[in-house]
Design a protein around this ligand. Structure first.
Ligand code: GTR
Length: 386
């Protein structure tokens, strides 16, 4: 039985670099009809929309933008949270469409010593509710609110389950109630699309909150949340910085490497994350018109930070670095040269002072204070050049 199990594993996932197949990545700067894109205008008018459509069509599903109304209700406000260092606001973001509504619950801390609107970090929270405990009785490294506040940033989070339960049988109970046609379409949005949609509704709120500098919002997600952060950042250019932590397969990692998790494995385990068309690419990575470096390219020219962890081979650290490396041409069109080293940086050697940042943290698949500290340094560099 054990032998059979091992055999099975070996058949479905590879952790051996020498067994990574030869592959050719689709070119970021070449259109489907074969035209070379060599300036920002052709990128923005032709190639960028084309790539966005290809990702929507084949992987993440459509991103509906219409709704009837949105309302922000402050349900709790504490002026002197965190021993007086921060103001707490809990906001219910209610969105209505065709008589149906969804509520996204935001927890937001803003530093009290601010003189003007402050930049913010927003976490797409795919852990339990207590991770974003508004009372701060429970403190989690996954959302180290005190540390971010003490660095001069606002910190916010919402729970993915508000937008779509992370479950193949119930993911429809949220945003998708507003867009029932999505459920019938092969290119319809599913859970990851709904989570990304919710991140944009939080951005709608930030634009109305005078304490927040909505032009300086960094979107953060870990793992499935990290895949979501990339998709949200690609669609919604109001996010100034995108941070994708240990996002792995169908996140930052190149699918064509088939290292660790694969498209087939992810589709089988999480059929409710990606659209139905994506299932056609199980074991057919080379047939995909895109690879994940092109999703990263859609963030250009905005700063993007990608992380991995040394023990998280399932998420393919090398595949994520190569993906970031291959996104550079899009940044080049804007005169932003990341100049990433060809060799992947050593463990715990972050690249911070660059429009494309990266680190591989020592340890397991997680979001930790080490990661957050680097996100803060990265934002400091992007916003203040220090
Ligand atoms: C895993 C999944 C990964 C990643 C992870 C997570 O089981 O295979 O793609 O999303 O869950 O979200 O922690």
């Amino acid at each position: 039985f054990i032998l059979l199990f091992l055999f099975n594993k070996a058949m479905t996932q590879n952790y051996d670099e020498s067994k990574v197949p030869d592959y050719t990545l689709p070119e970021v700067l070449k259109t489907e009809s074969g035209n070379v894109v060599n300036n920002k205008s052709a990128w923005e008018k032709v190639r960028r929309p084309e790539l966005l459509t290809l990702f929507a069509e084949n992987i993440y599903g459509q991103m509906p933008k219409d709704f009837d109304s949105i309302r922000f209700t402050i349900t709790n406000e504490v002026a002197d949270a965190m021993d007086g260092r921060a103001q707490l606001k809990q906001v219910t973001i209610s969105v209505w469409r065709m008589g149906k509504s969804v509520d996204i619950h935001l927890v937001l801390f803003t530093p009290n010593n601010r003189k003007k609107p402050v930049p913010a970090f927003l976490l797409i929270n795919n852990r339990e509710d207590s991770t974003m405990d508004a009372t701060r009785k429970i403190k989690s490294e996954f959302w180290p609110a005190e540390m971010v506040i003490d660095s001069g940033y606002a910190i916010a989070a919402f729970q993915v389950a508000d937008a779509a339960p992370d479950d193949k049988d119930t993911y429809q109970n949220g945003v998708l109630q507003l867009y029932p046609k999505q459920l019938q379409a092969d290119n319809g949005m599913k859970a990851i699309g709904a989570w990304a949609w919710a991140a944009s509704r939080v951005m709608d709120y930030f634009e109305k909150d005078k304490a927040i500098d909505a032009k300086k919002v960094a979107l953060v997600g870990h793992s499935r949340g990290g895949k979501t952060a990339l998709w949200a950042g690609a669609n919604d250019r109001r996010f100034a910085i995108v941070i994708s932590n240990c996002s792995g397969n169908s996140g930052a990692a190149l699918s064509r490497r088939k290292f660790g998790e694969t498209i087939k494995l992810i589709n089988n385990q999480f059929p409710h994350w990606f659209n139905d068309n994506y299932k056609k690419f199980n074991d057919k990575e080379d047939a995909l018109p895109v690879d994940q470096h092109e999703l990263l390219a859609l963030i250009a020219p905005r700063p993007l930070y990608v992380t991995s962890a040394s023990e998280d081979l399932w998420a393919d650290p090398k595949g994520m670095y190569l993906s970031l490396w291959n996104a550079q041409p899009a940044y080049g069109l804007y005169g932003k040269h990341a100049a990433l080293p060809t060799e992947m940086p050593a463990v715990n050697s972050p690249i911070i002072h660059s429009v494309l940042g990266y680190h591989e943290r020592e340890g397991i698949h997680d979001l930790t204070k080490y990661d957050w500290n680097n996100f803060i340094q990265f934002a400091n560099y992007q916003y203040y050049g220090k």
